[in-house]
Design a protein around this ligand. Sequence first.
Ligand code: GLC
Length: 540
Amino acid sequence: MSSVSKSTPHWWQRAVVYQVYPRSFQDTTGNGVGDLEGVIRRLDYLVALGVDAIWISPFYPSPMADFGYDVADYCDVDPLFGDLATFDRLIDTAHHLHLKVIIDWVPNHTSDQHPWFIESRAGRDNPRRDWYIWRPPAADGGTPNNWGSFFGGPAWTYDPRTREYYLHQFVKEQPELNWRNPEVRAAMMDTLRFWMRRGVDGFRMDVIHLIIKDAALRDNPPDPNAPADLPANDLHQRQLHTYTEDQDEVQEVIREIRSVLDEFPDRCGIGELWGPLDRWVRYYGEHGEGLHLPFNFRLMDGMVWDARQMRASVDALEAALPPFAWPNYVLGNHDRMRLVTRFGGHAQARVAAMMLLTLRGTPTLYYGDEIGMADVPIPPDRVQDPQGLNLGVERTRDGCRTPMQWDGSPNSGFCPPSVEPWLPLATDHRERNVATQAEDPTSLLTLYRRLLALRRATPALVGGGYRPVDEAPNDCFAYWRNHNEQRLLVALNFSDAPREIASPGLAAARVILSTYLDREGPLSGAVLALRPNEGVIVAV
Ligand code: GLC
């Protein structure tokens, strides 16, 4: 698979993106919730870490029914997080430090407190009625169709005042915009322009493949493979999402969004979407006129710690991508179990870090993964996430959203010791934190810093091709990243036992980085010996 870089790569091809969940990054007002000023204060940390761009989860005015993914004003900042002046300072400071800023954009739904929805629900003849998806009850008075909400129950809520149902595939406080209405499209495109004028470099677009629904609102078919033990109110997972996700007409909207991004130089569109590879790849556009980076969740969703499966996923992606399409990888975010927890522990997390930062494509890191934060068990009475509240505490996403662990002080430097943080801190925060790991030459944080520095200094790791090594044992994943004269081998041992990779190409090779952080230098012979759960980068 070819090495890309005929022309200078775009910033979003070279960049490593770091996701900040602002509620949990740094509190500067002493209310137990992080804020934008806190992000500004921690930018130096991110520069020292070696990332190139930050993606900030929503900070818009919001009643927080879904922690900011219920937006009441697309063009402002919630007072909890700061104000537009703070945001402008964030952009200026970040740009001064050569960091790009990507923000979340939530086009599928607004808050029920958004002025558009308040108008829309005011009356059937309100000019904004058709900005949302309203339908009369079915003949029996029930919901217009069988669609379920991701967060439990039906995707429809009855509004007694106007005697119709409105659609919401998340909580009922997140009514869905009608993207078939040109006025909605125009208004939403203007929100993109608003932030680009303020200097934003790109957008992470929330559930972008959901914004168009079947025109006839047909019932979704049942999913024959749905788990048997679903809670009674989980209608969503009992269905296939044939008529609610990835409708063909969404591609036309994606092209329109792209053309708005292209009104400004060098902006980047990243889409949150999932689905089978052949459908997913369409979001790049037929000739690159779609999204720059449709998020690729395939190394995370449904993936266990298995070298063959990882390789198969990467190979399939590489084979599916048209030449103009740039890959990307992610191992954690604010909706998924932390990677340490998912992949079995800290030994695996080190190998995962090396994999994520050496594959061909743009990696996105999730805050705290660089120090090995694990999912925090949340006491049932402290569960906040609507998914956990509605579908059972074991489904809560709070565990991966806990406060960043900065130091060994009582609230770990996230908020003042006297204040209760909005979610509990991990019990290991006194030992596992940035301050401790920054001083430790063998810590996970040091490994991330070394990997990021190496990536930045090594053209093959950014622009090189990807070629898997067939001779690697089954429980190892190894691949070449070659670029012009530079030849690098990445070898990842997924097993708890020593392994060897022998290849004639390895004669005269030398180790440049091990996940153990304790060896560099020439190999003896053409055999690469890997210790249990060791990853190494070898230069030939
Ligand atoms: C996306 C977000 C998630 C949110 C949902 C509804 O999946 O990542 O956090 O709950 O959309 O906006």
